[in-house]
Design a protein around this ligand. Structure first.
Ligand code: ADP
Ligand code: ASP
Ligand code: MG
Length: 495
């Protein structure tokens, strides 16, 4: 069986939902004929698909779907406005979302009974959204737990809609809420799946459906705690949902359908000649996603690695393109550099002073203070002189981290053992990625000369011990130019 996940743009308009329905109907047809999707594409893994598929697993297709593009943002903005006593956004949001979903249903579903049922469902969900926002206004406070209920509404509208459109296209599809399937901890806004109960739920609920020829259409992004409290997996988390469900059901392949021809050598919105990469390893994709390639949620590969399930990134708007195939190992390239990514909206924090030299424990105390703020450190760089440590955190966490460091080092600051705790906003990490970089000398030198030629100042640099990544810290204003310069110097736009 295969998992097919469709992102926000793939279900953003009537036309795109129509294309999705055709893509799914084709895949369901192929699975019913016993032809694996990968085999259809004629690659090596295709042979595996057939042999794996015959060993008693459910045939067919499982669909995972995101909210229509922009909907999650609308919901979150409305909830935040509600907490600040501004009720207009949720009132407008309710009617605007109702119309947007009903228009698609009206254009793609002929059956009047089906349409009326969907209309009632949309109405109920959006009434609930309005009620939730009203209580947020009354309380004057928005908790992460409350926000998870609101932000998951988009998927709870799009998934029943897509299921109905699939039925209108002759696919026996049924909507399933992932709250029944993906059991998570209670880290609201960024919940982690508990795989043992998740596997049991998925098998009990989904396998009988799939064995009787039904295609489940599951909400991406959302889950629930063991007590049934709604959670979300983090922004962009529907990719992760697909991988969790794929691993739980031992899928033959997890397909991520989006709006570009696969994982590219750089964000195509920044680099005009960015190129789709036919093959990447799990490790490379994990690195790329962690360092900002929005095309996949950073946690997506984790469930796939354990079961060695291949992932494929495909384009809903160009469905015959082979996209990117993500497997355990790939062939190394000449110079090893495969892609350039960027993480934005960061702050660089520097702890500096002569008193740090030879004093053990300053680094440990620095990072303990940072950890107490639950801040995510994206990069650390320490000068060999030991006079300073600098590290990068997301901008929203910057102020709290600095305050915590000032408390931690209050005595050292008074005694001038630590001269300053400085911070630089508007920071971007540009990451140069490729597992074949290991053992290839001179890559950092080429990166620096490319940036030097453009007059771009590199504030700090770090290389992971895996050597699959060189990270550079630059100012926001120079980031896009830096990405283009490095992309050019390694000629990533040409094969
Ligand atoms: P979806 O709604 O399908 O989940 P996303 O918007 O989350 O899609 O991700 C797809 C977008 O990711 C692309 O439109 C592209 O602009 C952006 N992107 C950033 N870096 C990359 C990259 N290296 N390769 C492909 N796309 C990238
Ligand atoms: N709809 C969610 C978001 O916008 C999840 C996703 O698109 O993957 O973050
Ligand atoms: Mg996405």
């Amino acid at each position: 069986m295969i998992v097919m996940k469709f992102g926000g743009t793939s279900v953003g308009t009537t036309e795109s939902i129509h294309s999705v329905a055709q893509i799914v109907a084709d895949a369901v047809g192929r699975q019913a004929e016993g032809v694996g999707d990968a085999q259809q594409r004629g690659d090596r893994e295709g042979c595996n698909v057939v042999s794996r598929a015959t060993v008693g697993r459910a045939p067919g297709v499982l669909v995972v779907v995101s909210a229509m593009s922009g909907v999650t943002n609308t919901l979150i903005d409305a909830a935040q406005a509600a907490a600040a006593s501004d009720e207009a956004p949720y009132r407008d949001g309710r009617s605007q979302l109702l119309v947007r979903h009903q228009v698609v249903a009206g254009q793609l579903i002929e059956d009047g009974v089906e349409r009326a049922g969907l209309g009632r469902l949309f109405d109920n969900r959006l009434q609930e959204f309005e009620r939730l926002c009203r209580s947020i206004t009354v309380l004057g406070e928005l908790t992460q737990r409350g926000l998870d209920v609101v932000s998951g509404v988009g998927e709870r509208l799009s998934a029943p809609l897509l299921a109905a459109v699939l039925r209108a296209n002759g696919v026996k599809a049924q909507f399933v809420d992932a709250g029944e399937l993906i059991i998570t901890d209670d880290d609201f806004g960024n919940a982690n799946p508990l795989m043992t109960p998740t596997v049991t739920r998925c098998r009990d609920r989904l396998l009988p459906m799939m064995q009787s020829g039904v295609t489940p259409v599951v909400t991406g992004f959302v889950g629930a705690t063991e007590n049934g409290v709604p959670t979300t997996l983090g922004r962009g988390g529907s990719d992760y949902s697909a991988a969790i469900l794929g691993a739980a059901l031992d899928a033959d392949e997890i397909q991520i359908w989006t709006d570009v021809d696969g994982v590219m050598t750089a964000d195509p919105r920044i680099v005009a000649n960015a190129r789709s990469m036919p093959e990447l390893s799990y490790a490379e994709v994990a690195e790329l996603a962690y360092y900002g390639a929005k095309v996949l949620h950073p946690k997506t590969v984790t469930p796939a690695i354990e079961k060695k399930i291949p992932l494929r990134v495909l384009n809903t708007f160009n469905p015959t393109h082979p996209g990117t195939h993500i497997v355990e190992k790939t062939r190394a390239l000449r110079h090893g550099v495969k892609a350039i990514t960027a993480v934005r909206d960061l702050r660089l924090i520097t702890v500096a002073g002569r008193g740090m030299i030879g004093v053990p424990g300053i680094a440990a105390r620095t990072f303990e203070a940072v950890a107490r703020q639950k801040a995510n450190v994206l990069m650390i760089s320490q000068g060999s002189s030991e006079q300073s440590i600098c590290f990068v955190v997301p901008e929203p966490e910057g102020e709290a981290v600095i305050a915590a460091l000032k408390v931690e080092f209050a005595r050292e600051l008074v005694q001038h053992l630590i001269e300053e705790i400085a911070s630089q906003p508007d920071i971007v990490i540009v990451a140069v990625i490729g597992s074949g970089m290991k053992g290839t000398p001179g890559i950092a030198a080429r990166v620096f000369s490319a940036l030097g030629a453009q007059g771009i100042n590199v504030i700090a640099i770090a290389q992971g011990s895996s050597e699959a990544n060189i990270s550079l810290v630059v100012l926001h204003a120079a980031a896009d130019e830096a990405i283009r310069a490095i992309h050019d110097t390694f000629e990533l736009g040409t094969e």
